[in-house]
Design a binder for this molecule. Sequence first.
Ligand code: ZN
Length: 419
Amino acid sequence: MRSWSVPEVPALPGRGPRVHLHDTATGGLVPVGPEAGTATLYVCGITPYDATHLGHANTYVAFDLLGRAWRDAGLDVRYVQNVTDVDDPLLERAAATGVDWRDLAESQVELFRGDMEALSVVPPQRYLGVVEAVDLVAEAVRDLLAAGAAYRVPGTDGGPDGDVYFPVDADAAFGTVGGYDLETMLALSAERGGDPQRPGKRNPLDPLLWRVERPGEPAWEAGELGRGRPGWHIECTAIALEHLGMPIDVQAGGSDLVFPHHEMGAAHAHLLRPRARPFARAYAHSGMVALDGEKMSKSKGNLVLVSKLVAAGVPAAVVRLAIVAHHWRTDWEWTDEVLAQAQARHERWSAAVAAPAGPAAEALLATVRERLADDLDAPGAVAAVDAWVEQARTTAGTDAQAPDLVRRTVSALLGVVLP
Ligand code: ZN
């Protein structure tokens, strides 16, 4: 699938330090990526059934900061993202609105591309829809069956026999990504696309790997699996193993993906490639964005859309600055005040880098690098830029190179473009 255009990333003198990131599984700060060579990143993509919103933007900007910090540290970055372009919510929405599910997905992916481009997010090298990866996923499911790490469930409610499930008890490491207790896992499973009540499963938490064809639903030939379509978690595992190998350096997504999605994805991988464990060296989860005190979500309908803000005349760089002013792991709320602050900050920064000279900026570059390498502390980096801008405003700096160095630092590392 086509991704989006690559933003300009200005060159900077020197190199950034090794990046450390908070790992959900261990609960601590860990070095991520190798000391030299290629770092691998998988960020779970959208299910394109409704407008992409600021919560999505927050996630992809967070891991864009990681990619930028890695490249600045001298690493190559191999980045893969999927699109869940066949799944229940998409099919339900398409049926409810009378739109072909393929057209609905394509129109929403196109909006997402526009948002990512506007926000200067560096695109993944592989941007893959499940529709494009069905053979790959089916092969993974057949491999799990052959390894005794999958089983079929009889039909219920008039449905056909043969849906394939994954026995979570087959992975000794199951539960270690999120570290949740059983009660929490059961609740989250029911809330986030699982089917703990389905009869015939060995463990209520067991996730679907392959759903055999139902009338009116899209389905693909898959050999011994029969015609059907992939479950959600196995799709990401199959794509990640094929295009990144294992272990990957960072498996990332919003905090609502910790369980079941990333827990199950890791368990699938552990059974598919037992000798290459773990699936990921670190699991990174970004915070949620709220509006009017509630988490922004499609189902609640309380969405702020990047495309609408931009159409209303808000520069996308201001939206990006509003996002990076919040730490990537915290939950935060989008308010008019947040937007106004970002707007004012963008104006102050733009004025300072437009000056013919300013205070020396080498120390600022070092601080921004050091802040980002420390668990992507973008708010700390923003504060350092604020301090330089304030110094530029109150003292007569004489370094003619400094304003341009600050402009390039902010653009390359924070992804915030200043005019
Ligand atoms: Zn995923």
